[in-house]
Design a protein around this ligand. Structure first.
Ligand code: CAO
Length: 430
């Protein structure tokens, strides 16, 4: 029988085969890890759904797979103590069980989901879709007539377009299944042949890198960005940080600029709820969140990952620091659970630890604003007519100009700077 992949989880369309841990002829046991898949931001082990012997491996490392892809052929009358249920296990929350399916089944490798394809009318699209979707369709040459909308009254939603694109990709991938590692076919025609000018090498892009790319393009196309720059004098903050650093260490936390900044940002967001919102263009509404869940950009070997710390406004700096340390480590070890990556209402990106002087962060859609922190340095400043040395930290606030006006941005930044410049012992006390 063929072993097929179950539902990969909400919002997870595809995964890349990172490693295959068995070979033909191997006896496998129920729950034994047989495969590792890289989804958007985590590597998930795939356990065997039952005992048996591997007859054939139907995929190879680097393949992009999706729900329903047949991965192994198994012989023997394997039994599973507790039949795996495909939809019960969301990706990255727990290992996903592959699902055994009778070989006789002629299930296609991609099953169009709701929202995909229908050859309908020819000519201009007269159905319902937002201007953003129409614009994207125009730019990418997508005929909206071919998409079955799943929104109210058949309205085409972004997820429908994604499903359709995934469907097209699966079609184009089918003839490409034949090339072997020894004879890889590379797309031709669009890029010049760079090898004419010197030696080159090609490197596969990970699914995380593709996801980051998609996210950036989405934000770049949809959000009219403005970035405002300013500086916070954190001389006193750094002194207080030094005072409490050892006490925090004894509690298992590293007291860093980021930990303190997250708390101050949360307080500022409570005063400026529009910055903690999502713009629902289709319904003409601003969705204000009554919670403050902060995404924190973490630099990892494989790329940018943004885990989320929940209810930051209700947590102490100590609690935030402990959680930040754990999440950053999990991100770097690719151990984050899907729910630790979701639900952020605003994002903070601190490149100061990496020595960056200034940068313009890109809004992490569907959020409407993001704060960038750059490297704090000691420098001469004029205070009350005197030149004095102060430690100042550049900050950059990027926001969706559809939702936030420049004056609002200015007020937000000023409020935040006041927070940075008036940190008292009581904020860090434990
Ligand atoms: N200015 C000066 N010093 C800073 C600083 C800043 N803005 N931010 C951090 N530091 C200091 C820290 O306080 C720490 O000092 P000590 O070594 O004296 O303790 C040191 O730099 C290293 O900090 P850190 O990076 O280990 O810890 P952090 O909590 O401040 O940051 C994290 C955690 C996860 C945000 C960070 O490690 C990271 O990954 N940053 C990169 C984010 C990124 O890639 N953003 C780009 C996204 S695109 O918009």
């Amino acid at each position: 029988m063929d072993i097929k992949l179950p539902n990969l989880g909400d919002g997870v369309d595809t995964a890349t085969v990172v490693s295959i841990l068995v070979k033909p002829g191997d006896s496998i046991r129920f729950e034994q890890t047989i495969l590792e898949l890289e989804t958007d931001k985590a590597v998930s082990p795939i356990p065997a759904p039952m005992d048996g012997v591997i007859e054939a491996i139907l995929i190879k490392e680097g393949d992009v797979v999706r729900t329903g892809t047949a991965v192994f052929r198994l012989v023997g009358n394997g039994t599973s103590p507790g039949a795996p249920v495909a939809s019960a296990v969301p990706v990255a929350v727990a290992p996903i069980h592959a699902v055994p399916v009778a070989t006789a089944s002629s299930t296609p490798s991609f099953v169009p989901t709701a929202g995909v394809v229908v050859a309908v009318q020819v000519g201009p699209f007269t159905g319902a879709a937002s201007p953003t979707i129409r614009l994207s369709a125009l730019r990418f040459g997508i005929d909206l007539n071919r998409i079955q909308g799943t929104g109210s009254g058949g309205r085409i939603m972004e997820s429908d377009v994604r499903s359709y694109v995934a469907y097209l990709q699966s079609l184009s991938a089918q003839p490409a299944a034949a090339p072997t590692v020894a004879n890889p076919e590379k797309p031709k025609g669009v890029l010049p042949d760079f090898s004419k000018w010197g030696s080159i090498e090609r490197k596969s892009v990970t699914s995380l890198r593709k996801k980051i790319g998609d996210k950036m393009v989405e934000s770049w196309i949809q959000v009219p960005h403005v970035t405002q720059f300013d500086e916070a004098d954190i001389t006193d903050l750094m002194a207080i940080r030094k005072k409490f650093a050892t006490a925090y260490e004894q509690k298992g936390a590293k007291l860093t600029v980021s930990g303190i900044a997250l708390k101050l940002v949360a307080e500022t967001l409570k005063a400026f709820p529009n910055f903690n919102s999502t713009y629902d263009v289709e319904n003409g509404e601003l969705i204000l969140k009554n919670y403050v869940h902060l995404g924190v950009a973490v630099d990892t070997e494989t790329g940018l990952i943004v885990p989320v710390i929940r209810d930051v406004d209700q947590k102490s700096v100590l609690e935030i620091s402990i959680e930040l340390g754990k999440l950053a480590e999990k991100a770097r070890n690719r151990q984050l659970q899907l729910d630790e990556l979701q639900g952020g209402s605003f994002t903070v990106s601190n490149l100061g630890g990496l020595g960056v002087a200034h940068f313009t962060p890109i809004v992490n859609t569907p959020q409407v604003a993001i704060l960038g922190l750059s490297k704090a340095i000691a420098k001469p400043v004029v205070r009350e007519g005197e030149i004095t040395i102060r430690t100042t930290m550049p900050i950059s606030l990027s926001y969706d100009h559809r939702v936030i006006d420049g004056a609002d941005g200015a007020r937000f930044v000023r409020h935040l700077i006041t927070q940075f410049e008036s940190v008292a012992d009581s904020l860090l006390a434990i």
